[in-house]
Design a protein around this ligand. Structure first.
Ligand code: TLP
Length: 344
């Protein structure tokens, strides 16, 4: 089966499992896990941040950051397709009591001008805008990179207006690999970042958040409150250290594979792909004109050994990753072609 549903489906390789088995561990709730501590130090250094905190998932990472930055009733300005708004089970409302004000972006990016108009004036009957949340790369826009100059503008705006800028950087690794822009440059513009190790980097679990020491101190308290205090979790941190060592530098392969798939799909009748959005490891394409429904195509693909996910009423998403080779992508493209052309 060629599994293109998400880059979350990767399985730890033998080397990673070995590293996990050999990890030095301690009780991380007591701050005594040496592997977690060294991972957190390494991350803070990589990001150019004062401190970092290991958390179980990207969702928890984002939601802790929002909780630190807000009070119930506050408003968070975000892009309309972002993960925090659409795919975190309403957690920002549930856990932080905030409401999200969404702006339709361009390829996942929202500009200073757009955000400025969304910030509430300080009137007693209006919600208080306290956070701008952005996503890089932007998942539902097709893995697009948030332009660094636009991020710099948002940073300026946040500074001027006393707002916090949060970056959902679940796939910041892909953004950095695609642009060559160092991670520190992205992180430097933000008050908080959350990143994931269980996507393109291929770890079985794990995310982290980073910011100032003061921010991480409060985030640490909230991680416990949200039920995310973990014990001998060096086993997982060692998988992350292994992933940073071995899997970070190969992300351009995933990007090349996504491009290959997108170009092949774009040649097919009734399939529409905006190739300009295919900047990293995600390919979102529209099948409205193919004469097939999403579920018919999903079924036919599955029968032929290819898995993708539905992404809207007429769209599908394919994601390349560590466990998908160039040959796999070529095979998958061939299957798509046969199914769409009706020769399968
Ligand atoms: N994304 C998953 C699904 O939830 C959609 C995927 O398959 O792409 N931020 C971004 C940008 C994400 O794409 C995801 C996961 C998360 C946060 C949440 O991470 P987890 O699943 O670790 O909570």
């Amino acid at each position: 089966m060629i599994d293109l549903r998400s880059d979350t489906v990767t399985r730890p390789c033998d080397g990673m499992r070995k590293a996990m088995a050999q990890a030095e561990v301690g009780d991380d709730v007591f701050g005594e896990d040496p592997t977690v501590n060294s991972l957190q130090e390494r991350l803070a250094e990589m990001f150019g941040a004062e401190a970092a905190l290991f958390v179980p998932s990207g969702t928890m990472g984002n939601e802790i950051c929002i909780k630190v930055h807000t009070q119930p009733g506050d408003e968070v300005v975000c892009e309309s397709g972002c993960h925090i708004l659409n795919y975190e089970s309403g957690a920002a409302a549930f856990l932080s009591g905030v409401q999200m004000r969404s702006i339709q972006g361009t390829r996942g990016a929202i500009t200073r001008e757009q955000v400025e108009t969304a910030i509430q004036p300080p009137l007693y009957f209006l919600p208080k805008t306290t956070v701008i949340a952005v996503e890089n790369t932007h998942n539902s826009a097709g893995g697009t990179v948030f332009p660094i100059d636009v991020l710099a503008d948002l940073h300026m705006l946040a500074q001027e207006r006393g707002l916090k800028l949060h970056l959902d950087g679940a796939r910041i690794w892909n953004a950095s690999a695609a642009t060559g822009i160092p991670l520190q440059d992205y992180v430097g513009y933000c008050d908080s970042i959350s990143v994931c190790f269980s996507k393109g980097l291929g770890a079985p679990i794990g995310s982290a958040i980073a910011g100032t020491k003061e921010f991480v101190q409060e985030a640490h308290r909230l991680r416990k409150l949200f039920g995310g205090g973990m014990r001998q979790v060096g086993i997982l941190a060692s998988a992350v250290l292994y992933a940073l060592e071995n899997n970070l530098s190969r992300l351009p392969e995933d990007h090349a594979n996504a491009r290959l798939l997108a170009e092949r799909l774009a040649e097919l009748p009734g399939i529409e792909v905006d190739l300009d959005t295919v900047q990293t490891n995600i390919v979102i394409f529209d099948i409205a004109e193919s004469g097939r429904t999403v579920s018919e195509l999903l079924e036919a693909l599955k029968d032929a050994g290819v898995l993708v996910v539905p992404f809207g009423p007429t769209r599908l998403r394919a994601v390349t990753h560590l466990d998908v080779s160039r040959e796999d992508v070529e095979f998958a493209a061939g299957i798509f072609s046969k199914i769409v052309r009706g020769t399968h």
